[in-house]
Design a protein around this ligand. Sequence first.
Ligand code: F6R
Length: 365
Amino acid sequence: SKGGFDCFMAKEIHEQPEGIKNTLERRLDESGKIVLDSIKMKKEDLEKINKIYIVACGTAYHAGLLGKKALEAFLNVPVITDIASEFRYNDNFVDENSLVILVSQSGETADTLAVLRDSKAKGARILAVTNVVGSSIAREADDVFYTWAGPEIAVASTKAYTTQIVSLYMIALNFALEKGSIKEDYYMYMIEKMKTLPEGVQSILDNQDKIKEIAQKIVDKEHAFFLGRGIDYALAMEGSLKLKEVSYIHAEAFAAGELKHGTIALIEEGTPVISIATQEKLFEKMVSNMQEVTARGAYVVAIAQEHNKGVEKVADDVIYIPNSDDMLSPVMAVVPMQLLSYYVSTLRGLDVDKPRNLAKSVTVE
Ligand code: F6R
């Protein structure tokens, strides 16, 4: 049942505080550390690994891009994240010293499963991050980490994405502590910060008026662009996918620094540009990019941390998220974009849960 909501997507967006809480807090032991229940990898297994891959499709791939950021930051090793349908046909150099992490809500996506089987045949260690217990990907992996998002019915993925990010961060933190690449103080600090995510997400869910207003302003547009840098660029890709799949507005994500290498030619009077600026070290750079598009007439919607009020000078509308650690901000910053997509879809009178041409689980290649 839709639990009082008009569609599953809205219900599932609102279930995120609970999903994140379940995924994280139900795994903390008495000392407050994360127990990676079904991951059996030991210190010696970790030491053997010299290449880490994260492979997935669609939204799960976007979560994988953030998993890469966390693994690289905490473990201090390069990580390759790729799309399953590309990865499987490329020279990918997977071997017995590789760890291949597959991210999949359904656990049944054909290309992701094919990468699992191919990598396993090459002797790699396989770790699945999935939401469905007993799914093909869960069964065939060496290690499984379940996102406890609860069933996701709407075609557009929402709570699976945020719980995938939290899961990948938890895995990265535990591996890093095990390996000794982060200190215990930092580990505990990150867990404490992650524990505040459900209330951060809730506060965004409790303040949707602004997002509804913005939806009214973009409902009749043909195109929309999403800009970000670093972590926010990965997030821009997810925001753009969400909008196009449920509203059918042509949306694209750009790395903000690439604007002047071609894409800025697309900006005209009134073009919506959703600019994500949650990263402290890149904030001023994003402000410059917002200025560049504002000067060409864009309608700029910024997503920024509460304390960065300076953003109001360069944006037409601002959606604030609670102040946060740069690494954790995407779990909150994606929520306004999910809501925006939902509102635009509803205003356009579309079937939010079942967008045209799409299936929830892509079991064909
Ligand atoms: C987008 C969406 C898809 C899926 C993709 C992978 O909202 O839901 O892009 O993320 O088809 O599906 P799973 O995670 O089941 O492998």
